[in-house]
Design a protein around this ligand. Structure first.
Ligand SMILES: [Zn+2]
Length: 468
């Protein structure tokens, strides 16, 4: 019997097969946004077993398990063993059919371990043992897995107060895969809780060596860290925001707001928005000065379940798609930067698919011919990182922009087993274009150009765009 994940998985036409096997398949991976722990790469972490590498920290799987009626101790429990957790995951897998987890699970089993059997309670023990044995060999360490998937560059996600010691060690050691930091200053903007904010600012002050007493000191300290990140090879920033902030403010207002929150007083909603507007703008200017790419992941509502947030903390599977209206503030934000000629390369990721067409047209407002695809509509993110979501994003981008200039896929993952998501994306991309060729919507005589286009979206566009 043909295995479920076979060589033409997701490729429905001959043109799609030709594009994938002839062009996309062998391209290296540039994973320009992820949440891997750089320490795991620096120490070349070995994994104990398949349960550990799969279920440790994976809130997508926990969410599916809870939905399937699995008790919390098999998701995040501290006293439950890796096998017990894995067994519950294996019981859940058949019930994930039509959720992307079903495809990801079997793609990972096939591409990492050569396992073609479907995961279920019947096969759980056998698959666990085969994969665990492999995971204990050097080829399956953190670095081994990166090499296996032909990874060329990864960009991690780092706080301005991070020492970047692991990035530095990797560079000094001459590790052949580039592991670069990404500037993510979310905490420098998180003024909602004055005490936590002050504690953060004190740490920033300490690591930057700049005494922070007023807003300008804060900007100076951040700039110093920004320079340091650049010296370690950083080329991107990233912001996790609910909405876009582009309210008018004066320097005096921001000064006052900073003093108020630093002094321990809670800010009003209006003050918070003004402060975040100033911070986003100042950060965007720093990125422009260095020729970095700024990324914005917006539109999530987080920690919706208070009871379980208190028990388990953030990023444990209790976030969802928000319904913010951002077009006006987003337009104001980019226009403000463009008017002073300080708008750097940008990638926008929406979480609500209602924004797909809005984003695909918004980026067109600020394309200025200085570089192909300067403004990017990022690949389907989080809840949209699945076949339908990726197709919808690429269709909007095709209809209202240039798909050919798209910088393509990123894992946004915490796991070393997530690299097959690039393969998943490439198959979906080739299938989309292949279907058009088959239906006469794209000329078959241009297969060579389409092949190049697929290679570009899989690899070359990102390579040129980011200047690694
Ligand atoms: Zn991310």
């Amino acid at each position: 019997m043909k295995s479920f994940i076979h060589k033409d998985f997701l490729l429905q036409t001959d043109a799609a097969k030709e594009l994938y096997h002839g062009h996309a398949k062998n391209q290296p991976i540039i994973d320009y946004h992820c949440h891997l722990d750089p320490a795991h790469i620096a120490n070349d972490r070995k994994f104990d077993n398949l349960g550990q590498i799969w279920l440790e920290g994976d809130h997508y799987k926990w969410r599916a398990m809870r939905t399937n009626g699995v008790d919390e101790r098999y998701c995040t429990g501290k006293d439950t063993g890796d096998w017990e957790k894995f067994e519950k995951w294996a019981e859940t897998v058949p019930y994930t059919m039509r959720n992307p987890l079903y495809h990801w699970t079997h793609l990972e089993l096939k591409t990492a371990f050569g396992v073609e059997e479907l995961l279920s309670p019947k096969t759980a023990r056998k698959i666990y043992d085969i994969c665990t044995e492999k995971l204990r060999t050097p080829e399956f360490s953190a670095r081994g897995l990166m090499r296996r998937y032909k990874v060329e560059v990864v960009c991690t996600t780092d706080d301005p107060i991070d020492t970047l010691e692991h990035h530095i060690a990797l560079r000094e050691e001459g590790f052949e895969i580039k592991v670069l930091p990404t500037w993510r200053p979310d905490k420098a903007m998180a003024v909602e809780k004055p005490a936590e904010y002050r504690a953060y600012i004190e740490k920033l002050s300490q690591i930057s060596g700049i005494t922070i007493l007023k807003f300008n000191d804060l900007i100076e300290a951040l700039r110093k860290r920004h320079d340091f990140f650049a010296s370690v090879g950083c080329k991107l920033s990233d912001h996790g925001i609910e909405e876009f902030y582009a309210e008018p403010y004066t320097a005096a207002e921001i000064e006052q707001i900073f003093n108020k929150v630093y002094g321990g007083t809670e800010l009003t909603g209006e003050e918070i928005v003004k402060f975040k507007s100033a911070m986003l703008y100042e950060g965007a200017v720093m990125d422009w000065e260095k020729g970095w790419t700024q990324q914005f992941h917006y539109g999530a509502i987080r920690n919706n379940n208070t009871r379980l947030f208190k028990k388990l903390g953030p990023d444990t599977g209790f976030d969802s798609i928000g319904d913010f209206n951002v077009a006006k503030s987003m337009s104001r934000f980019f226009d403000q930067l463009d008017r002073s000629d300080k708008l750097t390369k940008t990638i926008l990721y929406n979480l609500n698919p209602k924004d797909n067409d809005m984003l695909a047209t918004m980026i067109g407002n600020f394309q200025d011919g200085s570089i192909a695809g300067k403004m990017q509509f990022g690949s389907g993110w989080w809840f949209l990182d699945q076949k339908t979501g990726m197709e919808a994003q690429m269709n909007s981008l095709s209809n209202m922009g240039l798909l050919s200039r798209f910088v393509g896929m990123l894992t946004d993952s915490r796991s070393f087993l997530s690299y097959p998501r690039h393969e998943y994306f490439r198959r979906i991309l080739c299938n989309l274009i292949g279907n058009d060729v088959e239906n006469g919507l794209l000329p078959r005589s241009e297969m060579e150009f389409l092949g190049q286009m697929v290679e570009d979206i899989s690899y070359h566009n990102a390579k040129k765009f980011f200047n690694f």
